[in-house]
Ligand binder design. Structure first.
Ligand code: ATR
Length: 275
């Protein structure tokens, strides 16, 4: 057998990354001859580490914290969705071309639509947060033709900036502060990083009730504070593990042209997380 094509996830820190477990399962399932490792880059050595990986036969990388903006700058070609996100989580090396893509947003959309079974067309979406994670999902959301999209953020000016950047299509995007929010949403997406510090945005409880799906981009052993609050008030909840597996599947497709079946991999990851 020929030697496997090399892929990796690059970040700092990187030891916690679940991407190798996910991609090993995708490769086994689709019979793709590839290896996938963890690559720790020094904080001041992202580009050099990528170039060395390419020189040693690397074919593609997933990029995680804190290098998604540097990956955006390093790319010599960008997909539309990476350009809109302003960040790159997937690199593909084609000869001299470093293609930068972003699969986070489409990963979230696929998790909601395919895994949770909730179509976004005609829905009223509330996006919490205005940082990199939130920005990355706006274009994929708009492509689903929702009825409304509102961005709310602690620093409200950043919500207005994002809303303005993505308005101009057929949908006007609203922006506001958390305290101004009123109950009119079908889907509430927490794109803030509050869950990482066991916190949540200061939201009115009236937003959450049966019929609302509350989804956090963060995941952990336990439901996040945001999910607990939403569930207490009757909303359905979902964490970010499905998004993680779906963004990986989309990266796998970008590299290999093959779409893995994500359901068994998500189930295996959930079991690993709970173990
Ligand atoms: P990321 O790449 O995860 O999006 P980021 O670009 O630093 O990280 O953005 C973090 C987001 O989470 C921001 O929207 C931030 O709000 P501010 O713009 O007001 O800083 C939001 N955030 C972080 N901690 C938060 C908390 N405890 N409550 C509410 N919002 C929080």
């Amino acid at each position: 057998m020929t030697s496997p094509d090399r892929y990796a996830v690059i970040g700092n820190p990187i030891a916690h990354s679940k991407s190798p477990e996910i991609h090993a399962r995708f490769a086994a399932q689709t019979k793709q001859n590839l290896s996938y490792e963890r690559l720790l880059a020094p904080l001041d050595g992202f580009a050099a580490t990528v170039r060395e990986f390419i020189a040693h036969g690397g074919r593609g990388l997933n990029v995680t914290v804190p290098f998604k903006l540097e990956a955006f700058d390093l790319a010599t070609a960008l997909t539309k969705r990476a350009d809109a996100a302003g960040a790159v989580n997937t690199l593909r090396f084609d000869g001299d071309v470093i293609l930068g893509d972003n699969t986070d947003g489409v990963g979230l959309v696929n998790d909601i639509v395919a895994n949770a079974g909730v179509p976004l067309t005609g829905k009223r979406i509330l996006l919490l947060g205005a940082g990199g994670a939130a920005r990355g999902v706006i274009l994929p959301f708009l492509e689903q033709s929702p009825a409304a999209l509102t961005i709310a953020n602690r620093t409200v000016g950043k919500a207005f900036e994002l809303a303005q950047r993505f308005s101009g299509g057929s949908l006007a995007i609203d922006a506001c502060a958390f305290g101004e929010l009123e109950d009119r949403f079908d889907l509430i997406v927490n794109g803030t990083s509050a869950g990482l510090s066991d916190d949540m945005p200061a939201l009115p409880a009236s937003l959450f009730h049966p019929g609302v799906l509350a989804i956090d981009m963060v995941y952990g052993k336990q439901p996040t504070r945001f999910m607990q609050f939403a569930a207490q008030h009757g909303a359905a909840t979902r964490d970010g593990l499905g998004m993680l597996v779906e963004q990986a599947a989309e990266s796998f497709f970008v590299w290999r042209g093959v779409r893995p079946d994500t359901a068994p991999v998500l189930a295996a990851l959930r079991a690993l997380l709970q173990a």
